[in-house]
Design a protein around this ligand. Structure first.
Ligand SMILES: [Zn+2]
Length: 204
């Protein structure tokens, strides 16, 4: 499989090596050793891998498994639509199937994973988000929002509690509606706007 994998952890745990083509070194650094898709570089990783994959078209259609609440997935997509400033995601059936959201077995306490395939020539061509069956709409929205951030090319933020891209979410953040929901950081939004020129959206 050609791709990279990101996972959202529910709690700070010892890293479990469950990524495809990657080495999860814990919360501080993630190195992705990918065949021909560009990768993220963290501390201790090879500098030549410092190219992020960026989709060559937007918006991306999300197809949702029947046991996943499509309305909540749509809410997660709207977070990024608002952040980027133009449509990035929409939920619908059929082709093109850019992002598949499925439930499945995930190792340890991981709430979600993102597997991406593609090539340097094409950019990403498909992403699969695997989620643990969420207990609440809030948990589903937070986990899917986090994974969709990876789909757009963002990496995990570490040590920033208010960021939706932080690598771990504690149980209270996931479950307690009185807790402030993590959001995209301004720095991540600025990065996305360098990746995606809304004027260049080619698909409607
Ligand atoms: Zn993540």
């Amino acid at each position: 499989m050609t791709g990279r994998t990101h996972a959202l952890w529910m709690a700070v745990l010892a890293a479990i090596g469950c990524s495809v083509g990657g080495i999860d070194r814990g919360m501080s650094a993630v190195c992705w050793s990918v065949n021909d898709l560009a990768v993220y570089v963290g501390p201790g990783c090879a500098a030549e891998d410092a190219v992020l994959p960026v989709w060559q078209y937007l918006p991306l259609r999300i197809t949702v498994d029947t046991d996943v609440d499509a309305t909540v997935v749509g809410e997660a997509g709207e977070v990024w639509n608002a952040a980027v400033g133009c449509p990035t995601f929409y939920v619908g059936d059929g082709a093109p199937d850019d992002v598949s959201i499925i439930t499945g077995g995930i190792m340890g306490a991981v709430m979600g994973e993102m597997h991406m395939s593609g090539s340097v020539a094409t950019g990403p061509t498909h992403a699969t988000v695997v989620i643990r069956q969420a207990t609440t709409a809030r948990a589903l929205r937070l986990v899917v929002t986090h994974e969709l951030g990876h789909v757009l090319g963002l990496d995990d933020d570490t040590g920033i509690d208010e960021s939706i891209m932080r690598a771990t979410l504690d149980a209270a953040t996931l479950a307690d509606d009185s807790e402030v929901e993590p959001q995209p950081l301004d720095t991540d939004v600025a990065l996305l706007r360098t990746y995606y020129d809304c004027a260049g959206v080619v698909r409607s």
